[in-house]
Design a protein around this ligand. Sequence first.
Ligand SMILES: [Fe+2]
Length: 197
Amino acid sequence: MIKMKELPYPLDALEPYYDRQTLDIHYNTLYKGYVDNTNKTQEKLSKAREKGNFENIKCLEKDLSFFGSGVILHELFFENMGPALPTSPSTSLMEQIIKDFGSYEKFKEQFTESSKVVEASGWNLLVWVPEFKKLEILQCEKHQNLTLWGCKPLLVLDMWEHSYFLQYKTKRPEYINAFWNIVNWNEVNRRFAIAIL
Ligand SMILES: [Fe+2]
């Protein structure tokens, strides 16, 4: 059984950039749903093994990838946001950003533009790719499609409509611009330091 991770700040801590109601629904209803459904799927897989009945195995493996990835990405998302305090990339992360994107501004521009055009329901991610020893930006469809195997997500932005529609309606660029004010770089720096070990 997996359990919900605690939200590391109060529900109104991200205002005005991310409002209380949106965060409440996102965390307490939607994220909870992914946790519950991951547990249900794991139970069903356990029963299938007990009974030796793998009739629904294709569906169950897909569900595990979808719901489980939903859990993981939402936890990363909630943790890589925080109250609008001045945090910034660490020296080592900034050096890597400059090496791989040319400058912080170019990284931010690529991340922003990539986020704007995530198709339908998906995510935009800054990842460390150990195989390439390089930072990359990836789009993800749903929670699990399109990835570079083995990559370590460092900074993720939820581009599902449920993540912004209540507050920003169809104005995706405004949501993305607001997000930059509440990125918790301390958490991103921590993930980067572990990822490059
Ligand atoms: Fe979400």
